[in-house]
Design a protein around this ligand. Structure first.
Ligand code: GLP
Length: 242
């Protein structure tokens, strides 16, 4: 299983072995891994080499250690493609996960200058301010704050917000959501955000801001989302231009 005379470093062979076990489901999230000593005896390799492999997997977020208890398999990250303009509800449903929301705040407020400018409305025009925890199979994934013009999107209710805002805009109001500009930055969870997301204060998160537009160019939402970095990763297909 581990080839001592292979050009591939031994620690890396062990990394790949463990990754394979995770991928084929022999090792499931929450499962404990054998100890360093057990690995070293089983494969006849040094504990230092085992440690090197486990550290790499820990840094990748695929394993986590609990002091005095051992090393365990992390939850798999949700892989999100960056090209499609999709809603949280669509993203989770496509993965066979049950989307839900926990509404923290829902109010119509007068738009501040910045929000008004971005939504291309007048200062003090009414906007919905919506704060939701977004969950997949009841696990908190993201914390989302939306600003939406109340004159444009009429009739938003708590019930709608607890389901899908995009579905309401498209299916009930017949609007065509066409494109968005999105930025992604790394950040760390503040205490309150960490509480809502059930992670440690100071844990890494991704701050995602989206400005979404309708087919005729009207801005339809401003969104600030905080996604758990331990549960999410983004992928994009790239093509070299030449
Ligand atoms: C994603 C986006 C948000 C968008 C939301 C709509 O989470 N980051 O910008 O507002 O989807 O989701 P839903 O239609 O499920 O309410």
């Amino acid at each position: 299983m581990i080839k001592k005379n292979s050009p591939i470093p031994i620690y890396y062979q062990l990394v790949e072995l463990i990754q394979e076990e995770i991928e084929n489901g022999n090792l499931k999230p929450g499962d404990a891994l054998p100890s360093e000593r057990e690995f070293s005896e089983k494969f006849q390799i040094s504990r230092m080499t085992v440690r090197q492999a486990l550290t790499l997997l820990e840094n990748n977020g695929q394993l986590y250690r609990i002091q005095g208890k051992g090393t365990f398999v992390s939850e798999q990250k949700i892989e999100q493609h960056l090209l499609g303009l999709t809603s949280f509800t669509e993203d989770m449903t496509a993965r066979g996960l049950k989307p839900s929301s926990h509404l923290l705040h829902f109010e119509i407020i007068p738009a501040g200058l910045q929000v008004a400018n971005q939504l291309q409305i007048k200062e003090y025009d009414p906007v919905y301010e919506i704060k939701r925890i977004r969950l997949a199979d009841d696990v908190p994934m993201a914390l989302e704050t939306n600003y939406i013009s109340a004159n444009l999107i009429k009739g938003l209710t708590e019930q709608i917000i607890n389901q899908s805002i995009y579905a309401y805009m498209e299916e009930q109001l017949g609007l065509i959501i066409e494109n968005a500009t999105q930025t992604i930055e790394s950040s760390i969870a503040e205490e309150k955000e960490a509480d809502f997301l059930k992670i440690k204060s100071g844990a890494p998160v991704m701050l995602i801001q989206r400005n979404t537009f309708l087919q005729d160019g009207t801005p339809v939402e401003l969104v600030k989302s905080i996604y758990r970095a331990d549960r999410y990763k983004f992928t994009i297909q790239m093509r070299r231009k030449n």
